[in-house]
Design a protein around this ligand. Structure first.
Ligand code: GTP
Ligand code: SPV
Ligand code: MN
Length: 645
């Protein structure tokens, strides 16, 4: 039975049902009984595998199809009336064509299935930040994940009232056919459509689709920001707290930094880290002229491989109850889960992420195809499970930001940390970010791509307008946070990470927060303010870069170095990105910062920079749509396929 009288919601549900033609419609009320019964159904159908109730209470394993294991950037579209509004970085499709294409694909695809109606809120219900969405889906996996990742149920419909507006999300898994997979965004209609996938970021429509792509567009029009950022609080020995938000590209360390455990002597002094969010921040200007941030999510959809008691104790603890694991391995001896990096000992009896028996003797660390868990396998864990979750997690007003941090994977060039001269320069640093797409193999130079503010795959409009919005926001904040850039991933000539990272990143955070209070010195360089090596506390640091080579002050000096020749080349590279990729609509303030960088590096002979993927002719071509191929007898020939054939 419908749980609301809101006409717009009822209309949307009816239209969706007419399209999908499900046998039943079930409204998700958010009650524990309903969720429990859905879990039982999913276990019965094999969609979920129940794990050991004593060791992992209320935890389940789900395996996706092997063709459906990650976000699909080249099948993700921004459908604005004018192509220019989606900009040169996004894939674009005409909205009418996109609606028609998805309707053809989804029509009748829910026959014999149930359509679930999920009312959900991004942000605490009742917070001025919060926004309501309705996702319809024919996947129990989606319902159960949304129930962890967002706030779900009747309370959201109540908040919507009789005629409140909401973000429409239509998801039909269809045949999970990769050739007819589309993740469509209609920012001008507050609508998202996802067909032919059943994996995480493609189908949990509250996450990247709504909370970043649609929300970034809303934020531009309404004067706020939706960012791919973690939010953490640092509690000082005297009890005061300071908050920072940090944008790193996917799989570059947000969850790890958000839940950091400080080194021993910091802990002994009384420092603590509190996690407010690990992936998304919605940011507004507060009455006090500062920026205030909330995490619109309610759980963590975190990378499993590499997570262990030492690397991220808090994340691992968060997965110990009420968690859904996707594409990890199943240890059949005790019905628990396993992934590469969880433990040194490999499980004796194990089923890999594809559902086949796994032979530990054939495992080769360097060959991904021998892995038991998929490299992008994930856990969906409730935020309340996290031992270091912030007391401000449910705050309706959010937390005030002292600093914003950008960062990526850079084997060279970018120092461990540096500070922007001012807001606009910070925006320039974010706009010019590049990061390696692949984990650096020993000795090899990483393949770079530009990923401005870690938002390349998530900005729901023109990237140049997005930069301009950042500049505009700076004008609205009387007390802006300071902006920094970090790089945990500098390598030596053999490809070893030089900086210990993880918990030791606290040492850098401390310098950052001292700078915000004018309590630490810095040196002005061509790219901004860099710490003096002696101002980064190395007490108790115990790290071997490689066997027999312990990290020392000279290594710190090396990773703080700003090499003008490299930066002269970087400046040329950034200019090429602005001119050839983002093209028009780059704000004058950023051109000005680029000119300053070039001027500061003058005289240094540009040392050839590592080429970014955009530097190649292929990537700088305007966005084109992938061909939709007819592959199964039930999938209808799509209009895009007609045009492309
Ligand atoms: P998404 O959920 O995809 O947005 O990823 P994320 O940004 O939250 O990344 P996450 O924290 O899950 O880390 C991804 C990978 O980076 C893992 O393999 C980590 O082990 C590794 N990593 C995280 N922090 C550090 C660090 O400080 N140093 C090094 N060397 N590796 C790190
Ligand atoms: C990311 O890729 O940045 C993620 C995972 O956080 S997903 O939700 O699949 O986008
Ligand atoms: Mn992410």
């Amino acid at each position: 039975m419908a749980l609301t009288k809101n006409k717009k919601v009822l209309e949307f549900v009816q239209e969706s049902a007419e399209l999908g033609q499900p046998d039943n419609i079930v409204w998700i009320d958010g009650s524990a009984e309903q969720i429990k019964s859905l879990k039982e159904q999913a276990v019965k159908s094999g969609e979920l595998i129940k794990l050991n109730e004593n060791l992992l209470p209320d935890c389940y394993l789900h395996r996706t199809k092997v063709n459906d294991v990650a976000r699909v950037e080249d099948r993700t579209f921004i459908c604005t009336k004018n192509k220019e509004d989606a900009g040169p970085i996004n894939y674009w499709m005409d909205p009418r064509e996109a609606y028609e294409l998805c309707s053809e694909i989804a029509r009748g695809s829910m026959k014999g299935r149930t359509m679930y109606v999920i009312p959900y809120s991004m942000g605490v219900v009742g917070s001025p930040f919060a926004k309501i969405g309705i996702e319809v889906t024919d996947s129990i996996y989606v319902v159960l994940n949304m129930n962890i990742m967002t706030r779900v149920g009747v309370k959201c419909l109540k908040a919507l009232g009789k005629d409140g507006d909401f973000i429409k999300g239509f998801h039909a898994k269809c045949n999970v056919d990769a050739d007819n997979r589309y993740i469509m965004h209609f920012p001008e209609d507050n609508t998202i459509i996802s067909v032919n996938s059943a994996y995480g970021g493609n189908v949990l429509l509250g996450k990247k689709c709504f909370a970043l792509r649609i929300a970034s567009y809303l934020g531009k029009n309404e004067g706020w920001m939706a960012e791919h950022m973690l939010i953490l609080g640092v509690k000082f020995p005297d009890g005061t707290k300071k908050y920072v938000a940090a944008a790193f590209p996917s799989a570059c360390g947000k969850t790890n930094l958000a839940m950091l455990i400080p080194p021993k002597h910091y802990k002994e002094k009384g420092y603590e880290i509190e996690c407010v969010g690990d992936d998304i921040a919605w940011i507004r200007v507060g009455e006090d002229g500062r920026l205030w941030a909330v995490n619109p999510e309610n759980g963590f959809f975190g990378v499993a491989p590499g997570t262990n008691e030492h690397s991220n104790y808090n994340a691992l603890q968060a997965t110990k109850r009420g968690t859904i694991f996707t594409n990890v391995a199943l240890n059949t001896d005790d019905m628990t889960v396993w992934w590469e990096g969880l433990s040194k000992d490999l499980p004796e009896h194990c089923i890999d992420w594809t559902g086949k028996p796994w032979n530990k003797d054939k495992f080769d660390k360097k060959d991904k195809s021998t892995c038991a868990a998929h490299p992008n396998s994930r856990f969906t864990a409730p935020a309340v499970n996290c031992p270091c979750v912030s007391p401000e997690f449910d705050s309706k007003k959010g937390v005030p930001l002292s600093a914003i941090i950008f960062g990526g994977r850079r084997a060279s060039t970018t120092p461990l940390v540096y500070e922007a001269r001012d807001w606009n320069h910070g925006v320039f640093i974010g706009s010019a970010m590049s990061s390696e797409t692949t984990a650096a193999a020993a000795g090899a130079v990483g393949v770079l791509r530009h990923d401005p503010m870690a938002m390349k795959p998530f900005t729901g409009y023109h990237m140049g307008d997005y930069f301009a919005h950042w500049i505009e926001m700076g004008k609205k904040v009387k007390n802006p946070p300071k902006i920094f850039n970090v790089n945990w991933f500098r390598t030596d000539k053999d490809g070893n990470f030089m900086w210990p990272g993880f918990g030791d990143n606290m040492r850098v955070l401390e310098w950052i927060l001292k700078r915000c209070e004018n309590q630490a010195d810095a040196e002005e360089t061509a790219i901004g303010y860099v710490p003096k090596a002696e101002d980064i506390d190395l007490t108790g640091l115990d790290y071997e870069i490689k066997e027999g080579k312990a990290f020392g002050i000279d290594d710190l000096k090396e990773i703080l170095t700003v090499d003008k020749a490299k930066w002269a080349a970087e400046a040329e590279e950034i200019e090429g990105y602005y001119n050839n990729t983002v093209k028009d609509r780059i704000p004058g303030e950023l051109w000005h910062c680029l000119a300053t960088l070039k001027e500061n590096c003058k005289g240094a002979k540009p040392e050839k920079a590592a080429p970014t993927t955009e530097a190649s002719a292929e990537a700088s071509k305007p966005a084109k749509k992938p061909a939709a191929k007819k592959t199964s007898s039930t999938a209808k020939k799509t209009s895009a396929a007609k045009k492309n054939s």
